[in-house]
Structures are given as structure tokens and as C-alpha cells.
Design a protein around this ligand. Structure first.
Ligand code: PMP
Length: 404
């Protein structure tokens, strides 16, 4: 097999999309107008697929903090913290994250993807066991691969299946790492974290919770599903990202376990990549302060996602999960989902289309993510676009797909 033969499948899939005149994976947002609006194909468009949960990307205080850091420290750190040294702000952010969770320490990584890669590969290796939810994010799977640990998948959100697998491990369960997410990114469903904690209490092991989609969203202070469910102290490691509710790029892990500090020295995704830029760190520190006290933002976000969830339910759409900031409409078939996505875009609504094999159970999804910054009128406009397209789903009738 030639080097490029493996691309044949991708080439064919791209050709199909070109024939349809649909390019969901190459969307160019020509102008960003606000956290919730942009210009796409020359049209003013509601952005409802950005994960900008608290709408902080244009907050005056985060902008001002980033500008100050830019002037004082420049555009980039130009190297990794291990080789080039940490800027003071990197350490301050780690202290602030640890304080936010009441944890002993924190490590900042350059992205959320690298946080999972860095924690899994830094913490586990050949001979260790990682039990992960089957619907885990790609970064969790990739981290396991990099670590070389034994991987055991348990059925999505099924604590009984996890318990069965822990039981089979016998004495090894005591040192196994269980990995779950707070809110799952595709369908917006939540982990049964209390039940999973009960399994951990029975069999031992350690629990890592990726709160990428629940940080800032759930819990009185925004500390995610573990705070909302009262099991913060049972999570041995909490991973999160700056790229959603905090409106930046980067990732972190907090823990009470002293071993976290040693992960810095064992984690290739921490050691061998450049540290986050001064502007990123500064805006994130400011955003974290806003998030921690942002009950009003969480309340507005909740109002918004309830409005969209009930609006789409009333239209008869099949939704992936009870209401959360991720509202996923389940469509059976790939082509239908692509056409539907394009229909929304032509009506000035940008969302995400998710296709197998990236989706659970081979479904195709139209995935919306809501923001505290959306107005009720914008959500009603999103619902109106879905209402307009309702017939195309029921009848499976082809939506005209070429751009007007
Ligand atoms: N974990 C989960 C559950 C995610 O959904 C994502 C990104 N969508 C990541 C980690 C990676 O985060 P980032 O995009 O900040 O690298």
C-alpha cells in the first residue's frame, strides 16, 4: 500500500460533499461580530455551535487583561516551561485554579486536548489499567494510547458495567484509573457520577473527571458536575479546558494528590510543547474570576438552553439528552444531517454537524451549544429555522443545498 492510498476514502467523502455543495468542516467565519454572531458566506449568522458557554470572549475585563499582558510580556513564550522557564502568571493561574477547587495543586497545559494526553500519559504506563467510558473524547483515547496502559472500556454511563469490570480486576482495581466526563460533548448527557463514585468507594482506584463542558456551567460556583452532585472530594483528578466557558485556549488538571507535581516531569505533552501565551494566561485568569462568581451567567445560560430544548421538543425533534448547554438533535442518516445543517446555515444559523464514527451508536447529530450571551430573540430565531426545516426531516425530502 502506498503512502497516500489511505486517503482514498477521505478523498471520496470530500468529493461527495463537494457534489452536494456542502462543506461543514471547512466553514470560514468571515467576521466575528460578537460571542453569538458572525458573518458566514456574507450573511449575518447566529453562532450556536461555539461552546462559548458564558460568552466571555469579548468581556471588557478579559480583553483588558489580555492587552496588558500583551504589552508587558509580548506575543508568546516561545518555548516549554520545562526548558525555557515559567512566567509568573503561569504559576499564579495554577494557584488560582487550585484555590478555586480547594485542591492542593494544579498544572496548566497548552490545550484541553494536551491536558488529557498529558495526564493519562504522565500518570499511567505499561502495566497500569485505565477504565474509560466508551463515549470518551478522542483526547482521552489518545492519551491512553500514548501511555501504553491497558485500556478497559465500560458501557457509556453504565456504573454497573464499570463495577463488573472492576470486580474482574481483583486486586488490580485498587490502582486502576477510572476516566469519565462531566457533560459528554456529543449528546450533552451527564455522567452518573454519584454511582460511579460508589463503585470507586467499593473497589478502590482513582477517578479522573474531564469537566470540559461542565466547568462554569454546573455547580453553584461553576466547579462542574462533581460540585453539583456533591462529590467534588471524590474526584482525584479534575481536568478542564480554557477553550469553552473560559473563552481562551489551554487546559488544566487539579488534584489533592502530591503525585500531581511529579506528572510535570513524566508528561511528554507538558514537557515538549510551548506554554500558553501571556495573553491567553491573562484572559483566562480574569475569566476564572468572573466564572467563579458568575451565578447570573449560569442562570442566563440555563434559561437559554431550557428555551431551546423545550422549543425543539415542541417541534417534535428527537433530542439526545435532557436539557444541558449542548442540545443535540438526533437524525438517523448522514446525508439528511448534512442537508439539514446546510439548511440551517442558509437560514443564518450556524451549528455543528456530527457524523459517525465520531458519534455514539452511529447516529448523525445536529449539535447546538448555547451561551449565556444569546438573547431570547436569537434562540427563537434558531427555533424558527428548525421549524422551517421540520418537513424536510419528516418526509426525508431533499433540502435544496446550493448556497444562494
Ligand atoms: N475534553 C473534551 C470532553 C472535549 O470535548 C474537548 C474539546 N471539544 C477537549 C477535551 C479538548 O479541549 P480543547 O479543545 O481545549 O483542546
Amino acid at each position: 500500500m502506498g503512502l497516500f492510498d489511505k486517503f482514498d476514502g477521505l478523498k471520496a467523502a470530500r468529493r461527495d460533499l463537494e457534489t452536494l455543495g456542502i462543506d461543514p468542516f471547512g466553514v470560514e467565519i468571515e467576521r466575528i461580530l460578537s460571542p453569538t454572531e458572525g458573518v458566514i458566506h456574507g450573511r449575518r449568522t447566529i453562532l450556536a455551535g461555539t461552546n462559548n458557554y458564558l460568552g466571555l470572549t469579548f468581556h471588557p475585563e478579559t480583553l483588558a487583561a489580555a492587552r496588558r499582558a500583551l504589552d508587558a510580556e509580548g506575543t508568546g513564550t516561545t518555548g516549554s516551561r520545562m526548558a525555557n522557564g515559567s512566567y509568573s502568571a503561569h504559576r499564579r493561574l495554577e494557584e488560582e485554579l487550585a484555590a478555586f477547587y480547594g485542591a492542593r495543586d494544579a498544572i496548566v497545559f497548552s490545550t484541553g486536548y494536551l491536558a488529557n494526553l498529558g495526564m493519562l500519559a504522565g500518570l499511567t504506563g505499561p502495566g497500569d489499567v485505565v477504565l474509560l467510558d466508551a463515549d470518551s473524547h478522542a483526547s482521552i483515547y489518545d492519551g491512553c494510547r500514548l501511555s501504553g496502559a491497558e485500556i478497559i472500556r465500560f458501557r457509556h454511563n453504565d456504573a454497573a458495567d464499570l463495577a463488573k469490570r472492576m470486580r474482574r480486576l481483583g486486586a488490580r482495581a485498587a490502582d486502576a484509573l477510572i476516566v469519565i466526563e462531566g457533560i459528554y460533548s456529543m449528546l450533552g448527557d451527564r455522567a452518573p457520577v454519584k454511582e460511579i463514585v460508589a463503585v470507586k468507594r467499593e473497589y478502590g482506584g482513582y477517578l479522573l473527571v474531564d469537566e470540559a463542558h461542565s466547568l462554569g456551567v454546573l455547580g453553584d460556583r461553576g466547579r462542574g458536575l462533581v460540585e453539583e452532585q456533591g462529590v467534588l472530594a471524590d474526584a482525584d483528578f479534575i481536568v478542564g479546558t480554557f477553550s469553552k466557558s473560559l473563552g481562551g485556549t489551554g487546559g488544566f488538571c487539579v488534584s489533592n494528590l502530591p503525585a500531581l507535581q511529579l506528572v510535570r516531569y513524566s508528561s511528554r505533552p507538558y514537557i515538549f510543547t510551548a506554554s500558553p501565551s501571556p495573553t491567553t494566561i491573562a484572559s483566562t485568569r480574569q475569566a476564572l474570576a468572573i466564572l467563579a462568581t458568575g451565578r447570573d451567567l449560569r442562570a442566563r445560560l440555563r434559561e437559554n438552553y431550557l428555551r431551546l430544548h423545550s422549543g425543539l421538543s415542541a417541534l417534535g425533534y428527537r433530542l439526545g439528552a435532557p436539557a444541558s448547554p449542548v442540545v443535540a438533535v438526533v437524525l438517523g442518516e448522514r446525508l439528511q444531517a448534512l442537508r439539514f445543517w446546510n439548511g440551517l446555515l442558509r437560514r443564518g444559523v450556524y451549528v455543528n454537524v456530527m457524523l459517525p464514527p465520531a458519534t455514539p451508536n452511529g447516529v448523525s447529530l445536529i449539535r447546538c451549544s448555547l451561551s449565556a450571551a444569546h438573547s431570547a430573540a436569537q434562540i427563537d430565531a434558531v427555533c424558527a429555522a428548525f421549524a422551517d426545516l421540520r418537513g424536510t426531516v419528516e418526509a426525508g425530502a431533499p433540502e435544496r443545498v446550493t448556497e444562494t
